[in-house]
Structure formats: C-alpha cells, structure tokens
Write a protein that binds this ligand. Structure first.
Ligand code: FE2
Length: 325
C-alpha cells in the first residue's frame, strides 16, 4: 500500500511516503525559532506556504505521482492548534481529490512506532523524550491496545528544559545539540535531582542551573544539567524496567538523538541483560515518514476516519490512541 503521512504539530512541516512498510520519502521544512519562541499563527503561516512544496518534493523523491497514493494520514495531535489545522486541511484536500481513505495519527505513537520498527522490537519498554514530552511507556491491552504511561515528567519535557537553558546561556539553536557540544570535557556542578518513583521533574533543575550562570562556566553547567537530567530519566526508566521485567528498551523522540543519553541507557539496559534500540536521527526529529508508517498500519486495520469527521486534538495523549498492531 502506498501511503502518505503529514506532520505539522509544531515547527516542522513534514511529508513522508511508505510503500508496504518501507519508507521511500521523508521531506520537511522547519520553521526557524527565534528568540520570541514559537508563535502558533506565524508557524502555521509558514506551514501553509511550505505544504505544496514539501508534498511535491516527497512525491519526487519517492518517484511516484500524486494519483498513485492509496491512503493518507496526518498528525491530529497533540500540538499547536493552527499548525495542526494546516496538516489536517492538506490531508483532507488530497484525500478528497483522490477519493482515498484518511487516518488520524497520534504524534507520540508515530515517534514510538517508527523507532520500534527500526529497532525490530516486538513490544519494548519505551522512553519517549522530546521537547514537550518525557514519558516511560509500555503497552497495555485493556480496554484497548495502547501505550500506557508508567512514568512521566511532572512539569516540562526534557527537551524544553534543555532549550530553555540554552536560551538562557544565549547559545545558538538547535539548542539540545548545542548544549551537548558545550558540555564536552565539563566538570560536574551539583544540581537538584528530582525523581519520585517513576516520575521526575525538570523545573527545579532548570532554575538552579540558570542561577549558576556567571558563577560557573557554560561548559560545566551544560555538562551538569545534561548528566543530571539524563540520570533522572535512567533511574525512572530502570525502575519501570524492573517492574515490567522488560528485556527490550526503545528510546525515541527528539532528545533520543542524544549520544550521551543513549550511552547511559545502554549501560543501564546491559546491567539488566536488556537490549537498547532506537531509530536513525532523521526519524527521531519530527518527520512525515513516521506518520505515514502508522497511517499505513491503521488503514490496513480499517482504522480510517470519514473526511467530514476528521479533526484535531491539541491534547491528544498517547494513552488515548488505539494501536493498529
Ligand atoms: Fe515530536
């Protein structure tokens, strides 16, 4: 089945195409976030201007014509309302024009599924870490098959925390990777470490690290904030791993690109005779291919939505989304 997926939950407008489970195109344009952050209406305008260009580019790179597309999916949430609407309208107009089925894809599910499939894992424990999310997930079958949240941040996502700290240091975007580069050869400065069972919190760490700016070097602070945050994620994940007796761990989401985080998780997993899996970085950042991957599974299972009933849900949690396994 030839399926197109559209991503537009935040700064990225992405279009991916899959053919029988194989990703054959993954194109995107990313809004450049300035000091003012993301103003939803401005980002949506950027997506409107880029949507036709990215769709065209994806078709070209897949070597297919638009009328060959047999199904379409779009990320219907969670995300910024005006941005989500651009993806929804793009998908609806293509589906109407071609008379094809449409699937409403949960964005976090897409992050997990693309990584799980790349890692060739059946039903792993998942650490999903991005700007807006930081969650430890495992499937639960009742009342329907879904990823249940076994642990999560009590305030902000780890990516958001690193971005905020990088902005406070006036580092250049992309902030997460700039923090990682600045952290090289740093020394540890003690910072607040907050894990409560399987839950964790990042705002105290951010406030404390920000207060140290000026009295400690940027290198030592980047090193310390990263080590502390990642150690917190490892501790909570390890606890869920022991509770669920999982032997496979999959890390995904934007922060899943971090080499240091993967190194720490791999060491923890190895100590429990477990394996760590992840997708190439291209599929951890927001992208259209991951939406196409899940849309194809959903359409094969008959999980399509009537065009007149398609919508967006800015607060669509992963544990509300039924999996198309
Ligand atoms: Fe994302």
């Amino acid at each position: 089945m030839l399926v197109m997926g559209i991503e537009s939950t935040a700064h990225t407008f992405g279009v991916g195409i899959v053919s029988d489970g194989k990703i054959i195109a993954n194109e995107k344009e990313m809004y450049k976030i300035g000091t003012e952050g993301m103003i939803p209406s401005k980002v949506a305008e950027y997506h409107i201007n880029n949507a036709p260009i990215v769709v065209e580019r994806a078709l070209k790179s897949a070597g297919v014509n638009l009328n060959e597309i047999e199904g379409i999916g779009y990320a219907c949430g969670p995300g910024l309302g005006p941005c989500l609407q651009v993806g929804e309208l793009t998908a609806k107009s293509i589906a109407t024009r071609l008379g094809i089925k449409i699937a409403q894809v949960n964005h976090p599910v897409a992050h997990v599924e693309v990584a799980r499939k790349h890692a060739k894992m059946k039903d792993p424990l998942v650490l999903y870490v991005s700007g807006g999310n930081s969650q430890i997930l495992k499937t639960v079958r009742k009342p329907f098959l879904h990823y249940s949240v076994f642990g999560e941040t009590m305030d902000i996502g780890v990516g958001n925390m690193l971005d905020n700290f990088a902005r406070a240091l006036k580092l250049n975007p992309a902030w997460g990777s700039t923090v990682a580069k600045t952290a090289e050869n740093g020394k540890y400065v003690p910072l607040p470490y907050t894990v409560k069972g399987t839950e964790f919190s990042f705002t105290g760490l951010l406030t404390s690290a920000t207060k140290h700016i000026g009295s400690e070097s940027a290198r030592d602070l980047c090193y310390s904030i990263q080590e502390t945050a990642f150690a917190m994620l490892c501790e909570a994940t390890e606890r869920v791993m022991m509770l669920t007796n999982a032997k496979e761990l999959c890390v995904c989401g934007g922060v899943g690109q971090s080499t240091r985080l993967k190194e720490m998780l791999a060491a923890m997993a190895t100590s429990h005779n477990a394996k760590l899996g992840f997708a190439p970085n291209e599929f951890n950042a927001d992208n259209g291919a991951m939406i196409a991957v899940v849309a194809e599974d959903m359409l094969r299972k008959g999980m399509s939505t009537k065009i007149s009933e398609c919508s967006i849900n800015q607060r669509y949690r992963i544990d509300r989304a039924e999996l198309a396994w």
